[in-house]
Design a binder for this molecule. Sequence first.
Ligand code: ASP
Length: 325
Amino acid sequence: MKATLLALAAAVGLAATGAQAQGNYPQRPITMIVPFAAGGPTDVIARIVGENMSRTLGQQIVVENVAGAGGTTGITRAAGAQPDGYTIMMGHMGTHGAAPALYPNLKYDPTKDFAPIGLAAGTPILIVAKKDFPANDLKGFVEYMKKNGDKVNMAHAGVGSVSHMTGIYLSSVLAAKPTMVAYRGTGPALNDLMANTVDYMTDQIVNVAPQIQGGNIKAFAIATPQRSPALPNVPTTKEAGLDGYEVSAWNAIFAPKGTAPDIVKKLNDALLKALDDETTKKRLLDLGAVLPTASERSPEALQKLVDSEVARWTPVLKAAGATAE
Ligand code: ASP
């Protein structure tokens, strides 16, 4: 009896220590894996929200760029990390929406292998081109693509990335077959676009807005129903005469599956605080990001988004015949 009580006391003691350790989370820096090169949209969003979250959590969120295979290399690594809250990741509509359709041997299931933390930003897609592109508006671009679609180069961030999936979607609308040029992220792709060495791409607003504002690249249209307050002079695809091309992407934070609910809550609380912080909010809005609404901010809402995105994109991409393998 005495021994049982002692064992029980020890077990209770152990459980209490475990709970306490989680209650004290985080006690050391947190790694946020960004599955693309530094300087691109996923990286920029991770650094903006990560900086504010670090202050709330009292520990640094350190961004680690693990690029390759359209973001699936970094997400595979992050999915396999200890679910202790010290490795999280910034995923997006490609890694957690398109990838299953494009990689038959994908090592993770976006709908099952993660503990969603929360949506960080909505990112409208823009059709942008190098300054020397021989068209000045969307109409001219469409005409040029219809005649020369097999002679142009389209930049993208790897099979299954947002720029890739939205690019092949545009190609299917235009019946064009551009040469696809893969980068480790659209940060480096944008550099080549500015250097006039690739012709065009479709990418997330937070990457391209500053270079459009600075006149370093051409913006033909934004693929959302409304114009962006960050780029009021850029017409929507519909206004500019391309009705069939509307698409917007998103970035969101995930932890590996099995991460304790109180850690998930701490991370979600810190993310929401970042999104409500005036300075952080302004930085995101200035880049054209769309902030998640109240009903879009929970881990449950993110799980639903992932489920619906995988269901939405799988048939579209399979029909487009796109595959990585
Ligand atoms: N926006 C890129 C994509 O096409 C990736 C990046 O964040 O660099 O998915």
